[in-house]
Each structure stands twice: as structure tokens, then as C-alpha cells.
Design a protein around this ligand. Structure first.
Ligand code: 13P
Ligand code: SF4
Length: 359
């Protein structure tokens, strides 16, 4: 039962003490989050993974790319554990390394040597990958002068990239790329998009010449469900409602909302409201429900009335958490995530550029 699992997790954690650190993403269900030593967005959890070098094991209650990142940023002898190996991210899966290599070659056909610096000190294209991508993709970016971003620092990272190149190739999330570029004043109409079935989206030579951002075709299946109609319905029903959405939502949704930001931005915006307020939130439902429970003075609901969990985050069932923790008590490491050195070295370069990039 739920209570039994809860007790087993508590007992194993008590036995392990400081030997283990449990990280939980904001989108994890309550029965998992309550056992986490750190709860945060993907950027905060990457930092948390690097902050406990004395722990033997880091149990990452999140998705696969987050556990890979934790492995890159933690010590070589620390084991990073993903309680259920089937917890992936459909967006991260939309950019595979072979496709990215192919795209890069096609861009070289259009723009020439992609790493040749021109008279202004700029290269033609800087690759920027969203954290929500495999370690192999982060390695690609590290090898080609690029950088990683998260939804909480995408603008700072794009500024870093524009200081080094004429254009950015942004992947895998077209929406975060488009929304961030728009917020920076970069024209987004007819932005070229790379899709393996339609390379460069049929863009004209002129569009390719003028492009400042080239988008990948990926998206988050949770956030693309939010619509402008849902925002209109929330405003009709709750005059004065504050609509906050995640930047993985389509541009029309971000434009119709009052604010857009990362999961941590959403959390802080709600925590900072001093007057009782109605919030309609466009992000994963487990976070929205937790925020509603934490702030009973406000009315907080998910923009999508049908509810939209992230089905892969949800694969971290407390039963798997109990299993990996009890394994550690017995000296067994289950579900270790290890990034091979040939990928890890350049991927770490790309991550460290992000950690050093300043607004
Ligand atoms: P954050 O970077 O805001 O934690 O988002 C991660 C994620 O997977 C959003 O879908
Ligand atoms: Fe991936 Fe979307 Fe789930 Fe985030 S919410 S882990 S981007 S599928």
C-alpha cells in the first residue's frame, strides 16, 4: 500500500543518511516529492547534483536527460540512479544525434564553414541545446562551440550565443526557441525550421540569409496542449485572473498569457503575490496541484481542464524509489546512469558554459 511504501522509503533513507541524496523535479507526484532532499526545476537540480560530492549516490526522481546531466556534473565515483529507466522525455527524443549531425551538414552547405570566424569575430551558426536533450546532443554542442540552456536562462544563453555568432541553431524545443527569440526582439515570422522530413522547412534563400534563429521541430507533448481558447475561458470565468504559462507552450499561448517562465519562475510568482489572487497556470498538473495546496489563500488551477500530467515523469512510482534505495542499503546499485567519457567531456564543456554565462 501507499503507507507501506512510504515507510519503506523513510526507513531506507534513514539507514543511508548522508550516503544518498534524493532529487525531485517539480513535476513529480506528491508521494515522491515528499522524500526529496532537493525539489527544483531542471537548472536548480543540476546545481544540486554538483553540490553534494560526499554522497555515494544521487537518486534522481525526474527524467533520463536530467539524470545524465547529474552524472556529468557530479563526481566520477558518485552513482546517479534513475528509479525507472523508462522515464524518458518525448521532446528530448525528438532530436537524435544522427539527425543533428545531418542538419549541421546542411547548414554548412548554406552558410559555409560553420566554425570560421568572420571580420566581426562571429561564426555563421552557434548551436544551442535545451537541457531537455540527450548527453550525446550536449556533447555535439560542446564540440561545436555551443552551449546548453534551460527555460530559466534561455535569454541569457541566447545573448551569449549572439555575442559569438550571427545565428543560433536552437533545439529540440521550437517553442522555447521561438518564444525566447521573440521576447528578445528577434523577428520570428517565417523563421526557418529544420525537420528531417522537410529540411529547413522550404525556407527561401532570403529567409536563410536573414535568419537569426533556426529552429528544430521538437515540442513538449504536455505543454503543446494548452490553447488560447483555454485562456479566454479562464478570463471569462474569473475576471482579473493572472495567467502564467511555461515557455514550452506555443507562441500564441505565451502571447495571450500575462506572464511566461520556468517552473521555478511560476512558483516564485505565486509565492510573491500578497493579495488573494486567481492564477490559471499552463504547466504540468502535479506542480499546479502542489502550488494550490501550498497557497490556500489563492485560487490556483491548471489551464487544461482535462488535466495534463507528464506521463514519463509519472513513471517514477514510489515503488521504484523504495526499490533503488533498499538496493543501496544492500550494497546494490540499480539503474545507474553513466555517460561515456567521449560524450561526457564535450557535454560538460557545454554545460559549464551555461553555468558561467551571466545575464
Ligand atoms: P524546467 O526547466 O522549468 O524545470 O522544465 C523542465 C521541463 O521538462 C519542462 O517541461
Ligand atoms: Fe519532457 Fe514535456 Fe515531460 Fe518536460 S513535461 S519532461 S519537456 S515531456
Amino acid at each position: 500500500s501507499e503507507d507501506e511504501l512510504d515507510a519503506r522509503i523513510r526507513a531506507a533513507k534513514a539507514t543511508l543518511g548522508d550516503r544518498v541524496v534524493v532529487l525531485g523535479h517539480f513535476y513529480q507526484r506528491e508521494e515522491v516529492v515528499r522524500h526529496a532532499d532537493y525539489v527544483g526545476d531542471s537548472f536548480q537540480l543540476a546545481n544540486a547534483a554538483a553540490s553534494r560530492p560526499e554522497a555515494e549516490a544521487i537518486v534522481f526522481c525526474g527524467v533520463h536527460f536530467m539524470a545524465e546531466t547529474a552524472d556529468l556534473l557530479s563526481g566520477a565515483d558518485q552513482a546517479v540512479i534513475l528509479p525507472n529507466l523508462a522515464a524518458g522525455c518525448s521532446m528530448a527524443d525528438m532530436a537524435d544525434i544522427d539527425q543533428v549531425e545531418e542538419c549541421w551538414e546542411q547548414l554548412a552547405d548554406v552558410y559555409g564553414d560553420l566554425e570560421a570566424v568572420d571580420a566581426d569575430g562571429l561564426v555563421p551558426v552557434v548551436p544551442v541545446t535545451y537541457m531537455n536533450s540527450s548527453a550525446a546532443i550536449k556533447g555535439f554542442v560542446g564540440r561545436h562551440g555551443g552551449i546548453v540552456c534551460t527555460s530559466s536562462n534561455a535569454r541569457t544563453v541566447l545573448e551569449w550565443a549572439f555575442a559569438r555568432g550571427r545565428r543560433v541553431l536552437f533545439f529540440p524545443d521550437q517553442h522555447l526557441g521561438r518564444n525566447t527569440a521573440k521576447a528578445m526582439g528577434v523577428p520570428v515570422e517565417e523563421m526557418p525550421m529544420w525537420n528531417p522530413r522537410r529540411p529547413l522547412g522550404g525556407s527561401t534563400e532570403e529567409q536563410l540569409e536573414e535568419a537569426r534563429v533556426i529552429l528544430w521541430h521538437g515540442f513538449c507533448s504536455v505543454h503543446r496542449r494548452f490553447t488560447v481558447d483555454q485562456i479566454a475561458a479562464a478570463r471569462a470565468e474569473h475576471p482579473g485572473v493572472r495567467v502564467i504559462v511555461h515557455p514550452e507552450c506555443p507562441m500564441a499561448v505565451v502571447d495571450a498569457a500575462d506572464e511566461a517562465g520556468s517552473t521555478d519562475y511560476i512558483r516564485k510568482a505565486i509565492a510573491a503575490a500578497t493579495e488573494p489572487t486567481v492564477f490559471a497556470v499552463g504547466t504540468e498538473v502535479n506542480l499546479v496541484q502542489r502550488l494550490a495546496a501550498e497557497h490556500p489563500q489563492h485560487t490556483i488551477f491548471c489551464l487544461d481542464p482535462v488535466v495534463c500530467p507528464c506521463s514519463t515523469m509519472y513513471r517514477i512510482h514510489p515503488g521504484y524509489l523504495a526499490w533503488v534505495l533498499e538496493g543501496l542499503v544492500d550494497g546494490q546499485v540499480h539503474n545507474r546512469i553513466t555517460v561515456p567519457a567521449d560524450v561526457a567531456d564535450p557535454a560538460r564543456v557545454a554545460l559549464e558554459r551555461m553555468l558561467a554565462a551571466k545575464p
